[in-house]
Design a protein around this ligand. Structure first.
Ligand SMILES: NC(=O)c1ccc[n+]([C@@H]2O[C@H](COP(=O)([O-])OP(=O)(O)OC[C@H]3O[C@@H](n4cnc5c(N)ncnc54)[C@H](OP(=O)(O)O)[C@@H]3O)[C@@H](O)[C@H]2O)c1
Length: 312
């Protein structure tokens, strides 16, 4: 899959690293607002060893149309700002290039623009793009339907000094119909971010908890979204739309997702054009450290897929 990345700031850099480490992805280019480091590749900027071209461009010197014509991609992943969409949106939609936007907030006028673009191509917008948090919300909603009327507590933990209630906790409160004022916040040390939903039943307590370990979870989530969007008809999608089919369905088994392709790579012999290091890198994506001989095309996984929930 060929990817173009918009934004190379704090998060964009982590996302670029995730993309470049994935042997199934070619990071064709990165575009940012300024001209900083445009003379180097993304891999050079990050000190990574990668086969991805990772060409760096500035929006001030190259139009998105030219960029997409000269270096076509399957999907544009956006970790820039609410203005990034004005740069590449129409050019991507005109060419049927999918869009994965992780911008946390869009004013209503930009949200309408996303809707217009989504009539021409598949557009996903997710203010929180980690698979883990989106899974947490879906799982909590499912439990809430199973046990309505249960006491629900939302607890969010972040580093000392983080102001306000986390945006993710607010999203969870809306999803579960909990008053935002009732969210419990803990501020301590260097906690990157943790969200827990406690369901208190008369005879049992259920806790659903997600902890952030690294910003790279945003890259894994964007990658998951980009892959799942492949082949989807034009439309405006949420992460929820991509995850719901995994709940109680074996739909994934019939669609060759990137994970399944990774499994196939894992079964190739050492004479394959893909070297063992690439196989190992691919398996790392799955959280496996070694090539497992039991994984072969004739032996597909039969249980629910291992989502990124554990690593996001
Ligand atoms: N959905 C999620 O889960 C999630 C998670 C984390 C962050 N985010 C969002 O991702 C975005 C970036 O966050 P960040 O912390 O990485 O911000 P940041 O450090 O300020 O980086 C922003 C990057 O975007 C570039 N940029 C800004 N406006 C642009 C434009 N109009 N066209 C092209 N590039 C542009 C900047 O270029 P220069 O480097 O040249 O200045 C910079 O590289 C924010 O919207 C943030 O809320 C979302």
């Amino acid at each position: 899959m060929k990817v173009g990345l918009v934004g190379f700031g704090t998060t964009g850099k982590s996302v670029a690293a995730v993309l470049m480490r994935n042997p199934l992805v070619e990071l064709e280019w990165v575009v940012r607002k300024s001209s900083a480091h445009v003379d180097r590749s993304a891999a050079q900027c990050l000190g990574l060893d990668s086969t991805s071209a990772g060409r760096m461009f500035s929006t001030s010197t190259l139009s998105a149309g030219t960029l997409l014509d000269q270096w076509p991609v399957d999907v544009v992943i956006d970790f820039s700002s609410e203005d990034g969409i004005d740069y590449y949106g129409d050019s991507a939609a005109d060419r049927g290039v999918n869009i994965v936007s992780a911008i946390s907030h869009y004013p209503i006028v930009k949200q309408r623009k996303l809707e217009r673009l989504s009539r021409r191509t598949a557009v996903l917008w997710s203010p929180n793009i980690t698979v883990g948090v989106n899974f947490l919300i879906l799982a909590a909603q499912t439990l809430h339907r199973i046990a309505p009327g249960t006491d629900i507590e939302i607890i969010e933990e972040h580093f000392k000094g983080k102001g306000g209630v986390s945006g993710t906790a607010k999203v969870i409160s809306v999803a579960l119909g909990v008053d935002e004022q009732d969210i419990k916040s803990i501020r301590a040390g260097g906690i990157i971010g943790a969200h827990e939903i406690l369901f208190g039943l008369p005879n049992q307590t259920i806790r659903l908890r997600h902890e952030s370990i690294s910003r790279e979870a945003f890259g894994s989530g964007a990658m998951f979204a980009a892959e799942r969007l492949t082949g989807m008809p034009p439309g405006l999608y949420k992460m929820e739309d991509l995850l719901v089919p995994f709940f109680g369905s074996r739909e994934w088994a019939s669609k060759p997702t990137w994970r399944e392709r990774v499994f196939r790579i894992g079964s190739l012999g050492s004479s394959s054009v893909r070297g063992r290091s690439q196989i190992e890198a691919a398996l790392k994506v799955l959280g496996r450290s070694t090539v497992d001989a039991s994984v072969a095309p004739s032996d597909p996984p039969t249980s629910a897929p291992r989502g990124n929930a554990g690593t996001s």
